[in-house]
Design a protein around this ligand. Structure first.
Ligand SMILES: [Zn+2]
Length: 166
């Protein structure tokens, strides 16, 4: 059983290693992560959030409900135009045990390349919500959390609401 890692756990702050071979173990983990994401009403989950320092993630396009299993995802271009959207994270919970939300400014659209669960190379331009999710999730693979994108005063406000990890 996979366990969700919470803010304060150093595993969330490491840079993940690229996947060299897509093993059955990785495929099974991706399926488990999709189930976990659904269960917690999330739209994305990256490997370090379940304690695995490897470059893969799952995400759902909130509009189409399409689920992606991305191995070695890479954002290859970002729009100059940015937008402000609310984000939360299954690893950043408040005292009530629910994700803490905050508005984050990021590029509005991105082009992302990845390898899918069949080993095929994929590329897609994403805008709006899916662009937001894929940027948040690929950040996790580099040890970056959405709170890192907040101005410091706002970040402190958010961190005051975050449950302290024992
Ligand atoms: Zn997250």
């Amino acid at each position: 059983m996979l366990q969700m890692k919470l803010c304060g756990d150093l595993v969330l702050r490491q840079k993940c290693e690229p996947v060299e071979h897509i093993t059955d173990d990785i495929l099974a983990t991706l399926d488990e992560m999709v189930a976990m994401m659904d269960e917690q009403n999330g739209v994305g989950l990256a490997a370090p959030q379940v304690g695995i320092l490897s470059r893969f993630l799952v995400m759902m396009d909130p509009d189409s409900k399409q689920v992606f299993r991305m191995i070695n995802p890479r954002i290859v271009s970002r729009s100059e135009k940015t937008c402000r959207m609310e984000e939360g994270c299954l690893s950043v919970l408040g005292n009530d045990g629910l994700p803490v939300f905050s508005h984050v400014v990021r590029p509005e659209s991105v082009v992302v390349e990845w390898t899918d669960e069949n080993g095929d190379s994929k590329m897609a331009e994403m805008a709006g919500l899916p662009a937001r999710v894929v940027q948040h999730e690929t950040d996790h693979l580099d040890g970056i959390l959405f709170i890192d994108h907040l101005p410091s005063v706002k970040r402190e406000m958010v961190m005051r609401k975050v449950k302290k990890r024992k």
